[in-house]
Each structure stands twice: as C-alpha cells, then as structure tokens.
Design a protein around this ligand. Structure first.
Ligand SMILES: NC(=O)c1ccc[n+]([C@@H]2O[C@H](COP(=O)([O-])OP(=O)(O)OC[C@H]3O[C@@H](n4cnc5c(N)ncnc54)[C@H](OP(=O)(O)O)[C@@H]3O)[C@@H](O)[C@H]2O)c1
Length: 290
C-alpha cells in the first residue's frame, strides 16, 4: 500500500512513543503518522518533527472517531488503566471500524490462549472483540518488558537482593524498544486477515537476572525466592496495600507456572535480528541510572 496513514495510540507513553520513532526511522514520512494522545502537550517533540498529533481519550468514542479519520493502519497500544481496559479497547475498535481502518495491530499478552496471568483477562477479551469486529488484525502477544526489572535496578543494587516468588519460572522478557520495533514491523508488513505472534526474548529466571545484574554492575545482588505469602508480606512491609501486594505476588506465581515463557522465535523474525540481550538492557539502565 502506498501513502498509508499509520496511527499509534498511547503515543505519549513509553511503547507508543518508541513505535512512532521507529516508524520514522523506517522511512515513513512524519506526515503519514498520526500520534493519538490524551494530552498533546506531552508530545510537542513529535509535533515539531511533523507528526500529526490528535487528542483522543479511550473513554470518549467521539474523540476516537475524529482521531481515526483517514487512518489505514492502527497500532492500538493496550491501555494502562487495568480494570477499565476492555471497555476502552472496545471503544477504539468500534471507532476504527467506523473509520474503515484496514488493520489493527494490538499489544496483547504472551500465551493469551492458555495463560493464567492475572492481567490476561482483558487482553483475551480484547482479542475476542477484535475477532467479532471482523477487521483484519494482528495480536502481538508480548511477554514482560525487561524494564519491569531494570527500572528497579538501583533498588536491587542498594538492597543487594531481589525478592520474589517466581521460583525457577522463566521469563522471556524483551526490551520495550524491541517490542516497539516489532509492532512497527507488523504494521508495515503486507498481510491479510488475522495473525497472532508470541513475542519474547531469551528466557531467564530471577536467579539468572540477579547473576546478570551482579556481572554488569560489579555489585553482588542475589535473588531470594519466597513463598507467595511471604512475598506478599514483604511487599506490604515495603508500603504496598494488601490488594496490590496480593496482585504483585500473584504475578510471580504465574511466572512460576511458566506463563511468561515462550520458545517462539517470532520476535527475532519480526525484528530481522536477535532481540537485545538481557545484559545490554541492564547495561543501558545502569549507565542511565548511574
Ligand atoms: N508487557 C509488559 O511487561 C507491560 C508492562 C507494563 C505495561 N504493559 C502494557 O503495555 C502498555 C504500554 O506500555 P507503556 O510502558 O508504554 O505504558 P505507559 O508508558 O504507561 O503508556 C500508557 C499510555 O496509555 C495512555 N492512556 C491511558 N489511558 C488512556 C485513555 N483513557 N485514553 C487515551 N490514552 C490513554 C497513556 O496516556 P497518558 O500519557 O495521557 O497517560 C499512555 O500514553 C501499557 O498501557 C500496558 O497495557 C505491558
């Protein structure tokens, strides 16, 4: 397709911003890119680069319909409002249908068909809404962001330990940068119909994460594996309320069951190169936080 117009939701967030930048890096003219945001003031740099910035809120269908006028291909970055996401995503999908968007690329969760991850329900339901909408779509079933861990690098290094209840559960995490680049590859490819990709990098468990941090930062960090109840209590002692602590501990229990591990090579295939290594993501965070 020539002169396709590509839109990215959540373009003020980490992943959406990376996807907009990747579209430009891949040679898409900024005039063919629409960045959909709640607060245009957060992306003035994109406006300056010639990207069309349109304001829309997932909770306001009229704003979504207006933002999607003339758009051919849409990257729907899942909302950060857990618990309200299904209704929000449903609004976006309905607006995309009205606007005759030809393809939606949606950021879902790894192993969506069988996962027990407590965050999965809204992704599974969104995939179902996409199927019912009858639009061509690509579900990018992303594993964890490596940044879920490296954003806490300073804390791990200061404490000398990582606490968790994930046991030897392996996590096929990848960097946001890689997921953003894969999302753009999916947007740009000429495919029809429905496709799902299981996306993740080289798997590690939290013992290996601690070893990798020790090596990169030259500071001893060990992983202390707790029971789910012990981890929940530790999280509460560190300031989380009971519900939040229970939720975070349940995420680790899901990791222990293998929900965030994949042997799929589809991330590498979409990227056309190996995923960024764990050591490199840690190294970047270390340089940034140092
Ligand atoms: N796989 C993982 O490990 C992992 C980890 C964290 C999150 N996620 C999921 O991946 C998504 C992208 O990650 P991220 O790191 O880019 O998250 P993020 O930085 O928090 O960005 C979330 C984006 O969603 C937008 N948004 C939230 N509510 C909205 C609404 N009502 N209307 C319009 N836009 C709204 C935010 O806009 P504002 O800037 O206006 O707030 C922001 O641009 C998250 O939203 C979440 O669903 C996955």
């Amino acid at each position: 397709m020539t002169n396709a117009v590509y839109a990215v939701t959540g373009a003020s967030g980490h992943l959406g911003r990376l996807a907009v930048q990747e579209l430009m890096a891949r040679g898409v003219p900024s005039s063919d890119i629409v960045a959909i945001v709640r607060t245009p003031g957060r992306v003035t740099d994109l406006t300056q680069r010639g990207v069309h910035v349109r304001a829309a809120d997932y909770t306001r269908p009229d704003t979504l319909r207006a933002a999607l006028v003339g758009v051919n291909r849409l990257l729907l970055v899942s909302s950060s409002a857990a618990g309200q996401r299904l209704a929000q995503h449903t609004n976006v999908i309905a607006a995309a249908k009205t606007a005759r968007v030809s393809r939606i690329v949606y950021t879902s969760i790894l192993n969506a068909d069988r996962t027990s991850n407590p965050l999965a329900g809204e992704h599974q339901d969104t995939e179902r809404v996409l199927r019912q909408a009858g639009l061509p779509f690509i579900a990018l079933r992303n594993s964890w962001y490596t940044e879920n861990y490296t954003d806490r690098l300073t804390q791990y290094v200061e404490a000398g330990e990582i606490l968790g209840a994930a046991g030897h559960g392996r996590i096929s995490a990848a960097s946001r940068q890689d997921y953003g680049a894969a999302a753009v590859a999916a947007l740009l490819q000429n495919s029809q119909g429905i496709r799902t990709y299981e996306l993740g990098g080289s798997a590690f468990d939290l013992f290996e994460l601690a070893e990798a941090i020790t090596k990169v930062t030259s500071t001893n960090v060990r992983y202390r594996d707790l029971s789910v109840d012990e981890y929940k209590e530790a999280l509460q002692r560190s300031g989380l309320d009971e519900n939040a602590a229970e939720f975070v501990a349940a995420l680790d229990a899901s990791i222990a069951r293998g929900d965030l591990e994949t042997k799929s090579q589809e991330l590498e295939q979409l990227l056309g190169r190996p995923a960024t290594s764990l050591a490199d993501v840690i190294g970047e965070a270390h340089n940034h936080q140092a």
